[in-house]
Ligand binder design. Structure first.
Ligand SMILES: Cc1ncc(COP(=O)(O)O)c(C=O)c1O
Length: 404
């Protein structure tokens, strides 16, 4: 008889944002008169920049003509986009990444969950705690994480690297040696970053112990401080130990458009096997490429007008971040993040659990945020607000929170 992949049955509860969404809908149904403001999921709200729309319209027209029509995209993505990425995101920062080390995809969620497939099921993973839940969940589905302890909310075969106020939300090198290390900076959910020197310590460590770092730089565009690296390849030796993931969702508003990429340097090897070849094989077999129209839109991100228009969009969200940060401080909360990231991370007051504070905030201020515990056990007692709302809603939400 057919059997399901019972690793899926081990997953506790439903996906964090489904639960947050369900609770919000239930509340709105019970209180139709209240205007609920959503500062929870990290979804953008500003429309696509004009230069991107222009590129998309042009590409749509091309698809309507036999001479310029495009079918399946090349396996790694169109060269025009990979060239623009190599120049715009790497060469401009002194990082030595070539266009043929870039794999274009439809976003970083898929890449961050699929990348584990090219590693042995016996690999031990290390994750920041709290962090974007996809890293752990995708390894659970693959059967790599051991058993789940409901009490501690931890998997037996996962190395958790706590990131709390005690260590300034920066992970320490683990005592037990991992095979795969997931790092995400600027971090979702804490909004924290590490300096280039701190990241260099991780690169040196990974090269020393033979581990691979999966570096998720989805929020790179929000970095405002000088000494924070925009890519792990700014660090010496990263080409032999790091894979980098990037998304167009947060820097260009592509959450509904879908575009991302993964970088695997050709020197990155497990024994004699180049990980670049494995991922190319996987990509070629299981993926048929991001649409031409969307890849042209991605190219426009790197044009001069694209950069200017998107800088304004990022500044808009970061102004929200400042509004949230300062508003919460004024209201007496212990707050971090919001300087190099669109996320503000606050300590729940009066020892409330993260979900207790979720209910409290929804009831008293009609504001929806995200409970920190949903991102990992060390997120308990914390709460995340996003800067991706409209300015007006952000100001209104903070006004309500200050009056609670
Ligand atoms: C750390 C991190 N990586 C990846 C993603 C997903 O990005 P994409 O929209 O490209 O799938 C998110 C989305 O919130 C994220 O927070």
């Amino acid at each position: 008889m057919i059997k399901v992949n019972d690793n899926y049955l081990k997953l506790p509860g439903s996906y964090l944002f489904s639960t947050v969404g369900r609770k919000q809908r239930e509340y709105e149904k019970a209180h139709p008169d209240r205007n609920v403001i959503r500062l929870s999921i990290g979804d953008v709200t500003q429309p696509l920049a004009p230069v991107i729309l222009e590129a998309m319209h042009k590409a749509v027209d091309e698809m309507g003509q036999a001479e310029t029509f495009r079918g399946y995209a090349p396996d790694l993505g169109y060269e025009f986009l990979r060239d623009a990425i190599a120049k715009g995101d790497y060469h401009s920062r002194g990082a030595d990444i070539s266009a043929d080390e870039i794999f274009v995809s439809d976003g970083a969620k898929c890449d961050s969950s699929n990348i584990q497939e090219i590693f042995s099921l016996h690999s031990k993973i290390a994750v920041c705690d709290p962090v974007y839940p996809v890293y752990v969940d995708s390894n659970v589905m693959a059967g790599r994480t051991g058993t789940y302890d409901v009490e501690t909310e931890r998997w037996s075969n996962v190395i958790y690297m706590p990131c709390t106020a005690d260590n300034d939300f920066a992970p320490e090198l683990p005592k037990e040696t991992p095979d795969l290390i997931y790092l995400c900076f600027p971090n979702n959910p804490t909004g924290s970053t590490i300096t280039k020197d701190q990241l260099q310590v991780w690169v040196d460590y990974a090269n020393k112990v033979g581990a691979v770092i999966i570096y998720d730089a989805a929020y790179e565009a929000y970095i405002s401080e000088e000494n924070v690296p925009h890519t792990i390849y700014e660090c010496v030796g990263a080409r032999t130990c790091a894979i980098e993931l990037k998304s167009f969702s947060k820097n260009a508003g592509f959450t509904g458009v879908r575009l991302g990429y993964t970088v695997i340097p050709k020197e990155l090897k497990c024994g004699d096997t180049a990980l670049h070849s494995l991922w190319a094989r996987r990509h070629g077999t299981k993926y048929n490429g991001a649409p031409y129209i969307i890849q042209r839109a991605g190219e426009a991100v790197y044009s001069r007008e694209g950069r200017e228009q998107l800088k304004k969009q990022v500044a808009y969200y970061m102004n929200n971040a400042k509004t949230i940060y300062q508003g919460l401080k004024k209201a007496g909360y212990q707050v971090s993040g919001g300087v190099n990231a669109p996320y503000i991370w606050l300590k729940t007051p009066d020892k409330m659990t993260s979900w207790e504070f979720f209910d409290y905030l929804l009831e008293k201020a009609n504001v929806v945020g995200t409970p920190g515990s949903g991102f990992g056990p060390s997120g308990e007692g914390y709460f995340r607000l996003t800067a991706f709302g409209s300015y007006e809603n952000t100001v209104e939400a903070l006004d309500r929170i200050q009056k609670m």
